[in-house]
Design a protein around this ligand. Structure first.
Ligand code: BGC
Length: 460
């Protein structure tokens, strides 16, 4: 009889956030402007004219948020540092008040038994560096390493898990190719340069960590299975291109493997020759890989969808989230197994997983019921457990997100939190999904059978 899989001892049960999405006060206490601050204040860029000026006011309410996490029983918290709070000009002079904010946060987390995981870059480049070309400038690798060193020195003794970059693919695709995200460039020529510079910065950050840090460092990639819309050879070729563009473009070189051959086809004359020195820099050994999983992409050939010539096809029988993403839990198992084929026993973390569904704008009788999100978490946790059962070395799971927050260009119109935020009062109310997640954590840590995930959500 085969043993039922279990979440391993020491598993991190967390939630994740990002600086610009929750902190507010983006230029307080000597912080410099970031590209997201500039972008949000450019008319027409963010839905409803929303900005991160206040967001969840976490910059002031962090003690309450740490207490909330402790009450839910979380033992992990993944957050990002705002580079321009630390180095207002992106390099040079350090702003001690910026460092002090994260220093206090880390101490408060540790005091409550919550393991902090710091992401150094979750999309908010200092504006001063964008003025110099941002991610398109090769010097960005050294700027990033300089900033990373400041953080390693400040928090390295207390933070066990460091992440260089969050989702470099989104930075490249959204920020530099399609321009929907900050800094809003639209340049096919720049795009592959940006990808390589993001990877070089990651490598330079890992190198800096090896000189300073004693714990673990990795990168967070958003990965998703690309499935063919039909068995037409054109669709199959489109799947290979889409997979190369989104998944393998970043994973393979980080692991010291060649860049996917499809990139030369996608970027044509813009795909550069990557030097051996750059390849070596990019391939610094990492201690873990973080995977953000949200959806799969059923893909077909489409000549108009440049440069990849691949488009997604909606699945009539599937449930879609408010951001138009197909709910597809088996894709999480598939992704973890696919990564394991490439990384062997390297520890993996699910660093983000979650969904936006239409929640009530304000709690009803003090409650926010979000049954679709509860089901989403239940099914994805089962999928994660399934991967563990198949030998995946999964060490932790972080729900996206702890709080409803600024969903980038969608502003506050989409809610991903397991905790509801009333933006008028800043009142936090754990949703049914938070209570569900909390109960799962309690059961698993009590050593109860992890397959028996609670069917009933506790009332309080
Ligand atoms: C990002 C988050 C974002 C989430 C939902 C991820 O791509 O890391 O910042 O809020 O997806 O869109």
């Amino acid at each position: 009889m085969s043993r039922e899989p279990r979440f391993p001892a020491g598993f991190l049960w967390g939630a994740a956030t990002a600086a610009y999405q929750i902190e507010g006060s983006p230029t307080a206490d000597g912080a410099g402007e970031s590209i997201w601050h500039r972008f949000a204040h450019t008319p027409g860029k963010i839905a409803n004219g929303d900005t991160g000026d206040v967001a969840c006011d976490h910059y002031h309410r962090w003690p309450e948020d740490v207490a909330l996490m402790a009450d839910l029983g979380l033992n992990g918290y993944r957050f990002s540092v705002s580079w321009s709070r630390i180095l207002p000009q992106g390099r040079g002079a350090v702003n001690p008040k910026g460092v002090a904010f994260y220093d206090r946060l880390v101490d408060a987390l540790l005091a409550r038994g919550i393991t902090p995981s710091v992401t150094l870059y979750h999309w908010d480049l200092p504006q001063a560096l964008d003025d110099l070309g941002g991610w398109a400038n090769r010097d960005v690798a050294q700027w990033f390493a300089e900033y990373a060193r400041v953080m390693f020195k400040a928090l390295g003794d207390r933070v066990p898990l460091w992440v260089t970059l969050n989702e470099p693919w989104v930075v490249m695709d959204g920020g530099y190719l399609h321009g929907a995200l900050a800094p809003g460039h639209k340049s096919l020529a720049e795009t592959p340069q940006v990808a390589i510079n993001l990877l070089r910065a990651h490598g330079a950050g890992v190198q800096a960590y090896r000189a300073e840090g004693k714990n673990q460092i990795g990168i967070v990639l958003n990965l998703e299975p690309k499935h063919p819309a039909s068995d037409d050879p054109k669709d199959l070729a489109a799947v290979r291109r889409a997979d190369a563009y989104m998944n393998r473009q970043f994973l393979e070189p980080v692991l010291g493997r060649p860049f996917p051959a499809e990139l030369a086809e996608i970027f044509a004359e813009h795909w550069p020759t990557v030097s051996d020195a750059d390849r070596r820099l990019i391939a610094q050994p990492i201690d873990f890989l973080g995977i953000n999983y949200y959806k799969r992409g059923v893909t077909r050939h489409d000549d108009r969808a440049l440069p990849v010539r691949a488009a997604e096809v909606r699945q009539p029988g599937s449930l879609y989230t408010e951001t138009g993403w197909e709910v597809y839990p088996p894709g999480l198992t598939e992704t973890l197994l696919w990564v394991r084929e490439r990384t062997g026993d390297l520890p993996l973390y699910i660093t983000e997983n979650g969904a936006a569904f239409p929640d009530p704008a304000t709690p009803v009788n003090g409650r926010v019921d979000d049954p679709l999100r509860v089901a989403y978490y239940q099914d994805h946790l089962r999928a994660a457990l399934d991967a563990i059962g198949q030998g995946v070395n999964l060490r932790g799971y972080f729900a996206w997100s702890l709080l409803d927050n600024l969903e980038w260009v969608l502003g506050y119109s989409k809610r991903f939190g397991i905790v509801h935020v009333d933006y008028a009062t800043q009142r936090r109310t754990p949703k049914a999904s938070a209570r569900f997640y909390s109960e799962v954590i309690r059961q698993v840590t009590d050593g109860r059978h992890p397959f028996v995930l609670p069917a009933k959500i506790p009332a309080t």
